[in-house]
Design a protein around this ligand. Structure first.
Ligand code: BGC
Length: 417
């Protein structure tokens, strides 16, 4: 039986069983929110939509940064069967919009005044050719360290003020027989850490020139070599079982005191909160030493694929509207670990790390120190991003030394453009 016949039969069966065809008011959502904290945040959205009569068909594809989800998406679209709503990051949104695949949300955006409340840095990704093509649900940032408070106290470690102190602290943990750095050896996690190494070594101008402008001199520079050397230093502080470990399992190592630190985006906070922990009590958050004052951000957005069915279109608009609602933004982001994608939301309901994140986001934005995360699709297009992933992870796993890695980065980026 062909896929189409199966579908038609399924649709007939649904029509026979249900008086009203439920499918037209569903959204099928492709996303990569599969950890405990992520699922808890997703449930906030599901419940909101259910309350408005919109059903949810789940299409989860694990993997931070969304590369795997984007591969599945491409296959679905090629087969002529796109999901109705898709979690997307930065440049991927622009690529799909340029292909003409995304629904225009501008009427809703105008009615609800999105232009006035969504920060310009996000609008650059949510809009294409002057039209709103995605609804930003949050702002995450990648240059965070998560730390276990009790283990810090036990080892007499205070928040490191610079890279040297951070390394010294990790050495102390290692000497005491604990895991200094919880990490999962997956390309996107290596790249997430690398965002902060590049920012920490070279500062915002260098980060921009290398990752956003893709200047070959910057990509192959002494600063880049130094950033790779810092990765080697970190490699010396991860445990033997790091390879392939999921990021949320690394967060759990910090939560349960097996490890002291994790360098990860603030979705890690969602894991701590989901485990019943409180920011500033059981766990601490601070910016990766050397990156203070800067923020490398990514924003999860929902893009709606063009569909013919009016019921499905209405469900898409309900979802976009829900995502942008101020009440929802608080309910969702306090669980997700991210901060709101609207500037008109009070930080009152947010915990200590959330308040810090909101304040630092607006300060970095005002002082020109807010840049898109390379690891999470906000610095360059997906093919360049994936080319960078390969070099960074190859180096982290000992394939190249730091000098060779910087040279490889130049070549890989040139070929990917
Ligand atoms: C997304 C986050 C997600 C993380 C880990 C990032 O790319 O922006 O929302 O929690 O990956 O899955």
């Amino acid at each position: 039986m062909t896929k189409l016949t199966t579908r038609l039969k399924g649709a007939v069966a649904v029509g026979l069983i249900c008086a009203s065809p439920a499918l037209a008011t569903d959204v099928e959502v492709l996303h990569w929110w599969t950890s405990g904290g992520e699922a808890a945040a997703l449930n906030v959205l599901k419940a909101d939509l259910n309350g408005q009569g919109v059903g949810w068909q789940d299409m989860p594809i694990a993997g931070g940064g969304g590369s795997d989800a984007m591969t599945v998406l491409r296959a679905r679209v090629t087969a002529g069967d796109p999901p109705t709503a898709v979690q997307m990051l930065g440049f991927a949104i622009q690529d799909w919009a340029s292909e003409g695949a995304l629904a225009d949300l501008s009427a809703l955006a105008t009615e609800q005044g999105w232009d006035d409340v969504v920060p310009a840095a996000l609008q650059g990704f949510s809009k294409n050719d002057g039209k709103w093509v995605a609804a930003p649900v949050n702002v995450h940032s990648t240059n965070w360290v998560w730390a276990n408070t009790a283990l810090m106290a036990e080892l007499g470690i205070t928040q490191p003020a610079n890279w040297g102190e951070f390394v010294a602290a990790m050495q102390k943990v290692k000497d005491a027989g604990h895991v200094a750095l919880a990490h999962g050896g997956q390309a996107w996690q290596d790249a997430t850490v690398f965002d902060s190494m590049v920012m920490g070594v070279g500062g915002p101008e260098f980060y921009k020139t290398a990752f956003i402008d893709l200047d070959p001199d910057a990509l192959g520079s002494a600063n880049m070599v130094e950033a790779f050397k810092r990765m080697e230093t970190l490699r010396g502080f991860v445990d033997d079982n790091f390879s392939g470990r999921d990021w949320n399992l690394a967060s759990a190592m910090v939560a349960n005191g097996e490890a002291l630190f994790q360098i990860m985006g603030d979705w890690a906070k969602g894991e701590f909160v989901n485990a019943g922990q409180t920011a500033g009590v059981e766990f601490q958050c601070f910016r990766v030493p050397g990156t203070e004052g800067t923020v490398t951000f990514n924003s999860d957005q929902f893009a709606m694929f063009k569909v013919g069915d009016e019921g499905a279109m209405a469900a898409q608009m309900t979802m976009a509207s829900a995502v942008m609602s101020p009440v929802f933004q608080v309910a969702f982001n306090t669980v997700k670990g991210s901060v709101p994608s609207r500037t008109d939301i009070s930080d009152e309901a947010f915990d200590a790390c959330g308040k810090l994140g909101m304040a630092q986001l607006s300060e970095a934005s005002a002082s020109g120190k807010l840049f898109g995360s390379m690891a999470h699709g906000h610095a360059n297009n997906p093919s360049v991003q994936n080319a960078m992933y390969d070099v960074i992870t190859g180096h982290f796993n000992g394939e190249y030394d730091a000098e060779t890695a910087a040279a490889e980065l130049v070549t890989a980026v040139e070929l990917a453009q």
